[in-house]
Design a protein around this ligand. Structure first.
Ligand SMILES: *[C@@H]1O[C@H](CO)[C@@H](O)[C@H](O)[C@H]1NC(C)=O
Ligand SMILES: *[C@@H]1O[C@H](CO)[C@@H](O)[C@H](O)[C@H]1NC(C)=O
Ligand SMILES: *[C@@H]1O[C@H](CO)[C@@H](O)[C@H](O)[C@H]1NC(C)=O
Length: 375
């Protein structure tokens, strides 16, 4: 009895707090404050949602290998062989051409060997409809967690970092990997700009997982540490595309373990961004706007619950809840209703005097936002 009552109380507390949280959030996020042309959307990722690990010619990614080889490094020991079965269920929501998806899967296997050819093929095949290309997603996490700590695929690391590490070199590999990511990115940008951008008129950039640091105090030590942390996170990728080289701080601390760009490579990398994608907290776009940063859009993470990398299925951020015990049933949460009812239609009403095409371009609708009822 006591248990039941405290459970009921617990539920009441939860409901009350959710209501409190919802109000200010809605009040503080007024879409009309954003300029025309601002994109709202939500995002998801292939590996975290698709599943169908061995279907339709899909080859394994580094993450497939990693989750099967090191289940102990995933919080719930799970893998993404099925994930949330997006591969088989997306059609209910959006009328995508199944053959195209199969083709895309086959293609990736064939072409992955050479990033330039791979990118070239994607531009040629999909570029007539894709307006924003992102070459790299979270290269910091891939380099640092995949090759220093070994928490992420491919799980390489030195045994002095993690005793279970079988292969890797945490002192050199993260820098080498990041270096080649930057070169691959810049090469893809060059291919796009020279051969496709003039006719397809899209934009190309990369997305950084941004960590920001504030000094603990104004002592020189703390200010230096802050600067160093920002250089080793943000500057690691941002400095090369802005100035053509790594931050001075990195050069000083990493020494010869930090690869060098030739002059030709430096020129290739420098300026290789049309836009920057930033993974960050929801309030940040508003804050950055106050600093005069030209924020072009905001995409909520994530469209639906998914396989959250080394956290497995234990973390839920989805605007759509996935019931893992009931055949992956999709249940739209209040956030998704708020997003589609309040945010999206309001904007569309404001722009209804414009032509249909402009309205469509303005709205990068997440897959299936109109299709909840059919799930
Ligand atoms: C896919 O294949 C791998 C080995 O290639 C295997 O470990 C995994 O269990 C398979 N997944 C499914 C869903 O069949
Ligand atoms: C450091 O100094 C700046 C400018 O004087 C001040 O605004 C800031 O609050 C100080 N930061 C800390 C952590 O004391
Ligand atoms: C699970 O859901 C899928 C997709 O909606 C459906 O095709 C399948 O029949 C369902 N399976 C069961 C056991 O209900």
């Amino acid at each position: 009895m006591a248990t039941t009552r405290s459970l009921v109380l617990g539920l009441l507390v939860l409901v009350c707090c959710l209501a409190l949280l919802t109000e200010p959030a809605t009040a503080g996020f007024n879409p009309s404050e954003f300029p025309n042309g601002f994109y709202f959307g939500s995002a998801t990722s292939a590996f975290q949602t698709e599943g169908a690990a061995n279907k339709s010619g899909r080859g394994p990614s580094v993450w497939d290998a990693f989750v099967h080889e090191y289940p102990e490094r995933i919080l719930d020991g799970q893998n993404a062989d099925v994930a949330v079965d997006f591969y088989n269920r997306y059609k209910i929501r959006a009328g995508i051409n199944q053959e195209g998806v199969t083709f895309y899967n086959n293609l990736i296997n064939e072409a992955l060997a050479d990033y330039r050819d791979y990118a070239n093929f994607l531009f040629k095949t999909f570029g007539d409809r894709v307006r924003h290309w992102i070459t790299l997603n979270e290269p910091w996490a891939y380099s640092a967690w995949g090759f220093d700590t070994g928490e992420f695929a491919p799980g390489r690391c030195s045994s002095w970092v993690r005793r279970a590490c079988k292969a890797g070199d945490s002192a050199t590999e993260p820098y080498l990997v990041a270096h080649h990511l930057l070169l691959a990115h810049a090469t893809a940008v060059k291919v796009y700009r020279e051969n496709y951008k003039p006719t397809q008129k899209g934009k190309i950039g990369f997305t950084l997982d941004s960590w920001w640091f504030e000094p603990y105090s104004n002592s020189t030590k703390d200010l230096d540490a802050t600067r160093r942390s920002i250089d080793f996170h943000f500057g690691w990728f941002m400095d090369p595309v802005t100035f053509g080289d790594y931050p001075r701080n990195m050069r000083d601390y990493v020494g010869d373990r930090l690869p060098k760009f030739t002059i030709e490579q430096s020129n290739l990398v420098k300026g290789s961004l049309d836009f920057l994608g930033l993974k960050t907290q929801a309030e940040t776009p508003l804050a950055l706007r106050e600093y005069g940063v030209n924020i072009k859009g905001f995409f909520a993470w994530t469209f639906m619950d998914n396989f959250e990398w080394s956290s497995g299925f234990t973390k839920r951020f989805g605007m759509t809840y996935i019931d893992y015990n009931r055949n992956l049933t999709r249940i739209p949460k209040d956030s998704s209703k708020w997003f589609s009812n309040k945010l999206l239609p309001k904007r569309e009403t404001q722009t209804q005097t414009e032509t249909q095409t402009q309205t469509e371009n303005r709205w990068s609708r997440p897959l299936g936002f109109q299709g909840y009822s059919s799930m």
